[in-house]
Design a protein around this ligand. Structure first.
Ligand SMILES: Cc1cc2nc3c(=O)[nH]c(=O)nc-3n(C[C@H](O)[C@H](O)[C@H](O)COP(=O)(O)OP(=O)(O)OC[C@H]3O[C@@H](n4cnc5c(N)ncnc54)[C@H](O)[C@@H]3O)c2cc1C
Length: 187
């Protein structure tokens, strides 16, 4: 990641808009965080804002509001595959690792939010005697990050066992077939 994203507002207007969006949607918006605190490699410079939704609905609404206001943002899971440079990052980091919720099992299927831990999901599945993702148990990170990267190991890829993905569209959470998810959509 580099800090070259352009915002359409000046910084003062942008900051006021972010504070308003966070207050209206009831999400945490922090200043003074660094990528070094948020990534596995423990490197990376200051981030203007870190917004941390706790539900899918909040995440979809935040993304929509930021887009409407022309405010640049980038998604972050648990930061296990991000190498951020030491320069300042003048955009919003949408931290999705607090969006954990619970894993909902229904027979051989499971539904989780993007912030759910992938290793934890593998343990949950194994405890129910389910197979198909056991090869992914050693991959650090969130389920959302794994989907974005199509994480894989030992012959297993998360994409091959993903039936549907809930994505943010126009401020709402929409479920789409896993096969139709494009890289422009945030799980
Ligand atoms: C020790 C170690 C071992 C690893 N082993 C493996 C391995 O065996 N196989 C493998 O595939 N990978 C491996 N990785 C890489 C990494 O763990 C995976 O890619 C992991 O899936 C990333 O998840 P994350 O939550 O940390 O994502 P992050 O690192 O936070 O983000 C990765 C990318 O995904 C995007 N992203 C994250 N969450 C979302 C979301 N909810 N919506 C939209 N975009 C999102 C981010 O913008 C970024 O571009 C390893 C990493 C480490 C440190």
């Amino acid at each position: 990641m580099s800090g070259e994203v352009k915002n359409s507002l000046n910084l003062q207007q942008r900051d006021a808009a972010i504070e308003e969006i966070a207050a209206r949607l009831g999400v945490s918006a922090q200043r003074g965080r660094r990528f070094a605190e948020l990534t596995s490699l423990r490197v990376g410079g200051a981030i203007d804002w870190v917004i941390s939704p706790e539900t899918e609905e909040q995440a979809a609404a935040v993304v929509h509001a930021l887009d409407e206001a022309g405010i640049a943002w980038r998604a972050l899971g648990s930061g296990s595959n991000v190498l951020a440079d030491d320069a300042d990052h003048h955009y919003v980091v949408l931290s999705l690792k607090e969006m954990k919720g619970e894993a909902h099992f229904d027979g051989e299927r499971v539904s989780v939010s993007a912030g759910y831990s992938l290793p934890r999901l593998c343990v949950d599945a194994a405890r129910r005697g389910l197979s198909g993702i056991e090869g992914l148990g050693g991959i650090p990170g969130t389920v959302g990050g794994a989907l974005w990267m199509n994480a894989g190991a030992y012959g297993h890829e998360i994409g091959t066992v993903t039936e549907t993905v809930r994505v943010a569209r126009e401020g709402r959470v929409v479920e789409v077939p896993g096969s139709s998810t494009s890289l422009s959509e945030a799980p």
